[in-house]
Ligand binder design. Structure first.
Ligand code: XMP
Length: 510
């Protein structure tokens, strides 16, 4: 089935990925692309075009532009921030540099009814972030909304279905942003809302059945949500023609390998092989203290172990990878076909004898992958699993990785995760984990002096892991975690909380 598509032309704004996610959330498929000619856009046949924000001024020499003919294709257009200025500029209006920019929350007011304002109060709050502004509109366009310092906060031409908004409807601070985007999609572009994860899963399974049925298919299962959902889709399509290999490097969090086997092999009946390599990894990590060196050792060993398993299986027809849409966009703005350079499975294509790579999730955002997982009936624990780096606990143990430190960290981390879940904070905190530092401190437990490890807790909020802030966890929760760790975990007598954002720190400690 062919979905309706919206084209989001990316001019480099910081919220652009968010625009695409919001549109998808509203039930309309969209792609984020850059540099398309009017002919390419016409051939792509979108039901609507969104021109995004961006850092440039329309008058700058290398500012991105869009051909004037795009506005005569009969396809509705919504310009956001820079995109709105570009519409005005391209069609003969005037954009100018304001003496004072407008940043942050502003009161704005609709001054004329239009499909965009359907069901939206006349006055509400929006999020602005601009210095340039629209001074005069092209012929045939009228002002739809204003703020105190921005006389053209929204404008449009209903006959042509072309609209511009100076504010950002995609960010949560714009009170009725979602309603305005929805109005554009459903009221102007006449979307039918055919993009649902239920449809996606059903179509993908039938497509995979056709392509992979009766063939030999291989997948490296990491336990993370992407490979889990990819495996489940392919398994639904071809059953035991799919072989999954899970490398147990002995560095996973408490209970993870057992859970993967329980859910996928025992529960879903997948042909899932577990390669037990804990001892090999621990031996290889002996004496290694440098974080990058740890990553390299683990990466190399991972590929060796996987290769050994793959050799036992022999030549396969297809290698499945859990590449998702942000990976595709980041490595070429959606234009190039790339293989995900997962830190832990990056070298796989080189060591597996296969005909073709299959990436069933390459069109999906992370939230959509989770929704597909839920549609497929995967347990919450797997669907909502937070990102865990390939080298796992090895880079959360400062200094040398030893069995004893692994055991201490596993228990401390488990308590932290358990208390976060109990406090109902699991979904709002982006990532949270314990670290075992290479410091020992003096403590007193019972009547005895102790000299044991310091456990650090790290919890952050983030949208994309590029930047992050430390999570404001309630003191009572931190207190419970600290008490439980010092009481229940061997070789830990002190707990500290990391209150550093990224930058300057990174999320992981190594
Ligand atoms: P940092 O520590 O760079 O982490 O702020 C950003 C995100 O990436 C994850 N991360 C890794 N993932 N292999 C991975 O697969 C790695 O070597 C690695 N290092 C960091 C980290 O958990 C966070 O989500």
């Amino acid at each position: 089935m062919q979905h309706q598509k919206v084209l989001v032309l990316d001019f480099g704004g910081q919220y652009n990925m968010l625009i695409a996610r919001r549109i998808r959330d509203l039930g309309v498929y969209c792609d984020l692309r850059a540099d398309m000619t009017a002919e390419e856009i016409a051939a792509y046949a979108p039901i609507g075009i969104v021109l995004t924000g961006g850092p440039n001024s329309v008058y700058e020499k290398n500012a991105p532009h869009v051909a004037k003919t795009v506005f005569s294709l009969g396809i509705p257009v919504l310009g956001i921030c820079y995109g709105a200025q570009l519409i005005a500029h391209t069609l003969g209006g005037e954009v100018g540099h304001a003496a004072q920019g407008e940043y942050g929350k502003c009161e704005f007011c609709f001054v004329e009814d239009s499909p965009l304002s359907e069901g939206v109060p006349r006055e509400s709050c929006c999020w602005m972030s601009h210095t340039d502004r629209i001074l005069s509109l092209p012929e045939g366009f009228s002002v739809l909304a204003k703020t105190q310092s921005c006389p053209v906060a929204a404008f449009g031409n209903a006959g042509k279905g072309i609209y511009g908004v100076q504010f950002h409807p995609e960010v949560a601070h714009t009170e009725y942003g979602e309603a305005i985007l929805k109005n554009f999609l459903y009221g102007v572009c006449k979307a039918s809302g055919d993009w649902t994860m239920k449809n996606f899963a059903a179509e993908q399974i039938s497509r995979l059945k056709e392509k992979l049925g009766g063939k030999k298919v291989l997948l490296a299962m990491s336990g993370g949500v992407d490979s889990a959902v990819a495996a489940t889709l392919v398994h639904r399509a071809v059953g035991r023609d799919l072989t999954c290999v899970f490398v147990d490097h002995g560095l996973h969090r408490k209970g993870e390998p057992e859970e993967v086997m329980r859910v996928f092999r025992d529960g879903l009946g997948m042909n899932l092989i577990k390669a037990d390599a804990g001892e090999l990894f621990l031996r290889s990590l002996a004496g290694v203290t440098d974080p990058e060196e740890k990553r390299k050792v683990i990466g190399r060993r991972f590929i060796e172990v996987f290769e050994k398993e793959a050799k036992k299986i022999g030549k396969v027809d297809y290698l499945v990878q859990g590449t998702i849409y942000p990976d595709v966009i980041e490595s070429g703005k959606g234009k190039s076909a790339v293989i995900k350079s997962h830190h832990n499975v990056g070298g796989l294509p080189d060591v597996v004898d296969f005909k073709e790579i299959v990436e069933p999730l390459r069109d999906l955002f992370k939230d959509e992958v989770r929704n597909v997982g839920t549609e497929l009936g995967l347990p919450e624990n797997i669907v909502w699993r937070q990102p865990c780096p390939g080298p796992a606990l090895a880079i959360r143990i400062m200094g040398e990785v030893t069995e004893e430190k692994l055991a201490t960290l596993r228990d401390a981390d488990f308590i932290f995760r358990e208390e976060i879940a109990k406090a109902g904070l699991a979904r709002e905190i982006w990532q949270y984990f314990a670290v075992i530092t290479d410091s020992k401190t003096v403590g007193v437990q019972g009547d005895f002096r102790t000299y044991e490890n310091v456990i650090a807790l790290r919890a952050i909020t983030s949208v994309d892991a590029m930047t992050a802030d430390w999570a404001r966890i309630p003191y009572e929760v931190l207190e419970r975690v600290s008490t439980r760790i010092t009481n229940e975990v061997k070789h830990a007598n002190r707990v500290v909380y990391d209150i550093t954002s990224k930058p300057p720190a990174t999320i992981e400690w190594e």
